[in-house]
Each structure stands twice: as structure tokens, then as C-alpha cells.
Design a protein around this ligand. Sequence first.
Ligand SMILES: [Zn+2]
Length: 339
Amino acid sequence: MTSFHPLDALRTAPGPKRPRRLRRTAALRDLVRETTLEPSDFVHPIVVVPGDGIRNAISSMPGVEQLSVDRLPGEARELAALGVKAVLLFGIPSAKDPHGSESFAEDGVVQQAVRALKDAGPELVVATDVCMCEYTDHGHCGLLDSEGEVLNDETLEVLARIAISHGEAGADVVAPSGMIDGMVGAIRSALDGEGLHGVAILSYAVKYASAFYGPFRDAADGAPAFGDRRSHQMDPANAREALREAALDVDEGADALMVKPALGYLDVVRSVRERFPELPLAAYNVSGEYAMVKAAAANGWLDERAVVLEVLTGIRRAGADLVVTYHAKAAATWLQTGR
Ligand SMILES: [Zn+2]
């Protein structure tokens, strides 16, 4: 005869585990969802061009257009209605030269764009890309030596001038993207030296030398005239080095970090998130990632809405607080109208 002990009841499994119980209805799924996706998680990139009344389609990025400054107040109103609260500006100058002189001009295209957006709606967060590659005739991210190598410390002085000019125009955030060593420290001390203490630095701390940037080079007219960017952007094979890059930028005073690209590098997003939990983290869902989805959707091979929301949720789930994405307006529209 076996005797029953009260603890036996605890030792006995209460039947098979059934995770499906919490997936049974839409309301249950909403209740236990771990990752949220909101229009305010998105940063909308804008490529600004000189001129008036311009809205240039970019063939490799359907739905993305280069805009002239006069188009920006309308764009700002549209974003506000959608709940998208931030933009990241890139500029194409009227003329390029070896020194990228227009990058820090007071009346440069990005500086004008910042003022136009801030006049249209001061609550919009205006972030600016800080790099030289769109402004140099050779298309590289810095000043070059006689061998065509990007000079590091000389380039820092130019990056500091660019950041000051953006801050003086009213930018909330400057985002250095060139992977030049010391760029965050140089920009922070330059901004502070000009009394621009309130301008935050979102550092492209971890930016890989990726083939997924291809379509953006059509958009921003920024392909290097020779060579590539592998002497400063990171090797796609390296993950531990990403933590070193991020740590340096944190030490130099970065207010927020970015990993770029996103989809092939979600492990890196996760590890930067875990190592630096105290800083906001952005991930850049780059042009090639956008173009792949748009091309497949145009062919009827993918459901664009479902795939875009899944991609953006995946980037958030990996640990990104913010997603810089060309899907921002479409995704915000879909989120407003329900899943
Ligand atoms: Zn660059």
C-alpha cells in the first residue's frame, strides 16, 4: 500500500505545458506581447537637394524621394500627423570639391533644411548626418592624403565644423557616420566650445562596410570615385570589435549609439544593447534592406505590410529603441489603422 504525501501533488506535473493557451485570441496575444512598435520608434531619413519644387524619385528605392528645402514643411506636417517624431537629414551640395567645403557652409543645403523644419514645427526632432562623403568630389568620408587614404585627425577638424554649423542652424542631434577615430570626442568638445551644450550626439558607433548601402548611393550620389570604405568602416565578420567601437564612443561622450545595417547584424544590436543598457540604441534599416522588400512586394512575392512590420518588430526585439527606416511613413500609417 502506498501512502499519499501532500508534496506529491506539487511534484506531479499539472498536465502538458501548453503555450498555445496565451495565443488563443487576439486580446490574449496583445496582453502578452513583449515588443511594441510605435510611430515614435521611427526616424525618417530625408535626402535634401538644392533647388526649388524638387521631388526626385529614386529608382532603386521606390517610394523614397529627394526633396528640396521648400518641400520640407509639408513633409514635417505629414510626419506629425502620422506620429513620427524624428528625421535624419542627408544633403547633396550644389558643388563638390576635394575638401567638402559645402558640408559646413552656413547656407548649405542641410543647414537650410534644419532651419526650414524647425520653423515649420519646432517639436520635430531634427537629426543630421555628419560626414564628408556626399560633399567631396572623390566621395570619401574625409580628407585624403596623396595616396588617397582618408586622413583621420585632419578630418576630425572638418567634422567638428560640420557639427557646429548644424547645431547653430538648430539641429537637436548630430549623427557622425564616418567611423573616423575620435569623431565623437572632437565633435563634443567643438559643440561645447561654441556653447552648443544642448546638441546631442547619436554616434554611428558600429557601422559595417556593407553592400546593403548600394541603393542609398543612388539616392545621395555618394559612391566613392575609387576604392571603398573598408579602411574605416567595420569588417562584417567582426562582432567583438563592435563592443570596442561602442565603448570608445561612450567614453567620448556619445548620447546614443547606432548599429548599421540592421538585419544582417541583429546579433550586434543585441550585444551592444546588453553591454550599454544605459544608452538609447538605434539601428539603421538601410537602403538595401528596404529595396529587397519593395522589389519582392512589387513582384507579388511578399505581403509588404506584414513583412515590413515583422522586420521592424524584429529590429526592436533585438534591442533597438529607435529604427532609422525608409519604411517609417508607410509603417506609421499601417500602425495607425491597426494591424
Ligand atoms: Zn561618409
